[in-house]
Design a protein around this ligand. Structure first.
Ligand code: MTE
Ligand code: MO
Length: 384
């Protein structure tokens, strides 16, 4: 069993697949803390977790004029400044289950919690590429930076992905070769000893157990870059789909969801108010500027309170424009409509480019069930 050396996991996680291991936390845990504890951080593995010896670990950097560069973990930690960011990762398939309700899609049936927020520390990819011989004239022929994981399938094929070169080398891109998550060594499930963190970019490009970096004219040839993680028209089916016709997902669209109350919950009328909580995030470093909440299925709206830090503590300093990599948690306490026995609670977020979420799922349905970001709706019953 290639999965026999997979690590232990927290029993509270909702498992979508055991081998490979894919799991998400109960949604209400996400709004308990601004930084998601690593044990609860969603886990998305395509393959068995590789066991990497940190003492003999090597990272290879290829494709630059200076020839190949090989770095040990110690090199990465000592030869480059340590940089820390707070960044949210979201799987392209987050909220896929809502697309499945419209019409069956292919993929893991994720709920709303294939998204989490952590602090990441490591060397800047930019600094490592510069040390490996990157110069501005490389951009005349190179367009992409490819990443290969050390996890392999039975045929020896590794997980791989790529990101645009300009994201990788930009001083404002904040792409990290991270060796710490939430102030500790990266746990095995999240890429020990080194993973790429490409903030603002879909989870799939944040390659774990990083073994190789290749600067190239072409995108990664991996299955996951070429024939997966792309969006299509609702009218495209498996007979007509042409994966070459669509770009690989990189930045993700504006997203928000209600973490509590849960769908189908029964709520006590008690003091006549209701507290609703959730998360909101947008890709490409766009900052969430507002979350609107409705208790009547979208007829009337109120703006929620946004938070970017732990409860009761000073908020994290506001990020420079275009570098809002972390989510906002939001909360609203509103009076319950008198006599209401049932409510449809809805949320929708707005980012600083005024991108907004679509109101329903059908117009954005796609056969892979990715980019699922319609208004999130939760129905609850009110007990007298
Ligand atoms: N990197 C490797 N090497 N192997 C993988 O299976 N999964 C990707 C990405 N990086 C993956 C990987 C996907 S699809 C996602 S959503 C994120 O890792 C999940 O990161 P997490 O498990 O730390 O939450
Ligand atoms: Mo993913």
């Amino acid at each position: 069993d290639p999965y026999s050396s997979d690590p232990e996991r927290h029993p509270v996680l909702h498992i979508n697949s055991l081998k490979p291991f894919n799991a998400e936390p109960p949604p209400e845990i996400l709004s308990d803390s601004y930084i998601t504890p690593s044990a609860f951080f969603f886990k998305r593995n395509h393959l068995p977790v590789p066991q990497v010896d940190p003492a003999s670990y090597q990272l290879h950097v290829e494709g630059l004029p200076g020839g190949a560069l090989t770095l040990s973990l110690e090199d990465l930690k000592t030869r480059f400044p340590k940089h820390t960011i707070t960044a949210t990762l979201q799987c392209a398939g987050n909220r896929r289950s809502e697309m499945n309700k419209v019409k069956l899609v292919k993929g893991l049936n994720w709920g709303i919690a294939a998204i989490s927020n952590a602090t990441w520390s490591g060397a800047r990819l930019r600094d490592v590429l510069l040390a490996a011989g990157y110069q501005p004239d490389v951009a005349q022929w190179a367009r992409h930076v490819q990443f290969e994981g050390l996890d392999t399938d039975v045929t020896g094929t590794t997980y791989g992905a790529s990101v645009p070169l300009n994201k990788a080398v930009s001083e404002e891109g904040d792409v990290l070769l991270a060796y710490e998550m939430n102030g500790e060594d990266i746990p095995p499930d999240h890429g020990f000893p080194v993973r790429v963190v490409v903030p603002g970019t879909v989870g799939a490009r944040n390659v774990k157990w990083l073994g190789k970096i290749i600067v190239s004219a072409e995108e990664s040839s991996s299955h996951w870059q070429q024939n997966d993680y792309k969006g299509f028209s609702p009218g495209t089916d498996w007979d007509t789909v042409d994966f070459k016709s669509a770009p690989a997902i990189q930045e993700l669209p504006i997203q928000s969801a209600i973490t509590t109350p849960a769908d189908s919950a029964t709520i006590d009328r008690s003091d006549g108010t209701l507290t609703v909580k959730g998360y909101a995030w947008s890709g490409g470093g766009r900052e969430v500027v507002r979350v609107d909440v409705s208790l009547d299925g979208g007829k009337t709206w109120q703006a929620a309170q946004l938070r970017s830090g732990e409860k009761g503590q000073a908020p994290e300093p506001s990020p420079p424009p275009g570098r809002a990599w972390a989510w906002k948690l939001w909360e609203i306490t509103a009076p319950l409509p008198p006599d209401a026995q049932e409510l449809e609670i809805v949320c929708k977020a707005v980012d600083n480019s005024y991108n907004m979420q679509p109101d329903t799922v059908s117009p954005i349905w796609n056969l892979r069930g990715v980019l699922s970001n319609a208004w999130h709706r939760v129905k609850v019953k009110i007990r007298k």
